[in-house]
Ligand binder design. Structure first.
Ligand code: NAD
Length: 420
């Protein structure tokens, strides 16, 4: 059924869904309605290159369900984007929003492009064209976009401007993750990384680990990974190793994170920072440390890496970093690693996006302190709910988190019913 989504990433999301549906004893005939996206749109996005030639990119937007409110989810610009990956990410967004008790279904979008090869003008043209093509399918009460891999505040500003030009008035609530100067919220850019670090500190309390003096490794040094590095560094944790798609560095004495942040602000990537501490990017996550943070792309923790992990906490900042096979290996390991599953770990981003949407709808803006306090409160509530369910049912934190998310969507669909 629904062959268009077939592929390793959707397969993984489907298997995770089935495991949770089994725990919740959801009848077989109700499962497809919960699993398959309500709507998937494919668009072609032609733009002029700087040299005057024309090029066409493929784009997608998948809206998983609209049962609890509008759909919500990021837009990714990456070479690997395909409709199966986008659909899987929309499912994970659904369980995440539901777990956090937000009034949203999940969505995700993407363009198959290497954004690093585009000039600023080409990037703007592509961003505007993507939103233009999707105007009939999105809206502040239908589907609200946000940044993800390869997109940022500027791209959101172009999305918002394109939508607003069509509407004939400024519609700030059409996207989140915008610059504060045009309706964005305080704290959104750092929200995902700060949320990840907050839950690392909760997990550390659970296993009685002091973050001051602990050690960490981080894969991915974009929006999320760089904020986690900064936050951990500020708490006295030694960041031993980091990587991005251009380079990987390892220093057993601990890396100078503020200096690396400055370098990346100037150069965009890690490459060129140092030639002395270069290391093998494939080995980053398996370096002996207290906290390992995959903060790049899906499926970087496979069964081989899972066997070799030497951390006490695996904080899944990225979406879908751990494969089903790796999960089985981790479950069988005698030295239990405390896993903070992705839909819980990185939920700070969508939670502050929700705060941004609420502020935009009301045109009433909050202080950063209020945002961070509310964020921590919601994340704590979800964290303790997940670990309590995991203990009660004897299941993994991932399965417990998926169950919490799925259950609410299932109940809401049942209550709303189907047309006779
Ligand atoms: P980003 O584009 O800002 O950064 C991605 C980083 O990953 C870059 O440093 C890139 O070089 C690196 N990378 C890509 N491929 C890699 C590889 N094979 N090995 C090592 N590094 C690699 O994206 P981001 O917003 O930081 O997102 C990172 C992850 O967090 C993604 O999985 C995303 O879906 C997830 N996430 C992001 C947010 C958010 O608010 N931005 C929210 C929730 C989840």
């Amino acid at each position: 059924m629904f062959d268009i989504y077939r592929g390793p990433v959707f397969d993984m999301a489907r298997k995770q869904f089935s495991q949770a549906a089994d725990v919740l004893e959801i009848p077989q005939d109700e499962r497809d309605r919960l699993l398959y996206p309500k709507r998937a749109v494919a668009v072609t996005c032609p733009i002029h290159r700087d040299d005057g030639s024309t090029v066409v990119f493929e784009g997608y937007r998948v809206q998983h369900h609209l049962t609890l409110g509008p759909t919500k989810g990021g837009v990714r610009f990456a070479k690997t984007v395909d409709i199966g990956e986008v659909a899987a990410l929309s499912l994970w967004m659904s369980w995440k929003c539901s777990l956090m008790n937000l009034p949203y279904g999940g969505a995700k979008g993407g363009i198959r492009v290497d954004p690093y090869t585009l000039s600023p003008r080409e990037l703007e043209a592509l961003s505007r064209r993507y939103m233009q093509e999707l105007i009939p399918f999105v809206g502040p009460h239908t589907d609200v976009m946000a940044p993800d891999i390869g997109t940022n505040e500027q791209v959101m500003a172009w999305f918002m401007d394109t939508y607003s030009n069509d509407a004939g008035c400024t519609v700030t609530e059409i996207v989140t993750g915008k610059p504060v100067s045009c309706g964005g919220t305080q704290g959104r850019r750092e929200a995902t990384g700060k949320g990840v670090t907050h839950l690392i500190s909760r997990a550390a309390e659970e296993i009685k680990l002091n973050l001051n003096g602990a050690t960490a490794v981080i894969q991915g040094f974009g929006n999320v990974g760089s904020v986690v590095a900064t936050e951990l560094h500020e708490r006295g944790t030694k960041v031993l190793a980091i990587s991005d798609h251009t380079a990987a560095y390892h220093d057993p004495k601990g890396l100078d994170i503020p200096a690396i942040i400055k370098y990346v602000e100037k150069h965009g990537v890690l490459k060129g920072y140092s030639s002395e501490i270069l290391t093998d990017p494939k080995k980053i996550l398996t370096i002996k440390c207290d906290i390992a943070v995959p903060a790049a792309i899906e499926r970087t923790v496979d069964e081989h890496i899972a066997k070799e992990l030497q951390c006490k906490i695996l904080a899944e900042a990225a979406n879908g970093p751990t494969t089903i096979e790796a999960d089985a290996v981790l479950a069988a390991r005698p030295d239990k690693i405390f896993i903070i599953p992705d839909i819980l770990c990185n939920s700070g981003g969508v939670t502050v996006s929700y705060f941004e949407w609420v502020q935009d709808l009301q045109q009433f803006f909050w202080e950063e302190e209020e945002i961070i306090n509310r964020l921590k409160k919601l994340m704590d509530k979800a964290f303790y709910r997940v670990i309590a369910l995991a203990k009660e049912r004897g299941i993994s934190n991932r399965l417990a988190a998926t169950c919490c998310g799925l259950e609410r969507v299932h109940q809401a669909k049942k209550a709303r019913g189907l047309f006779p």
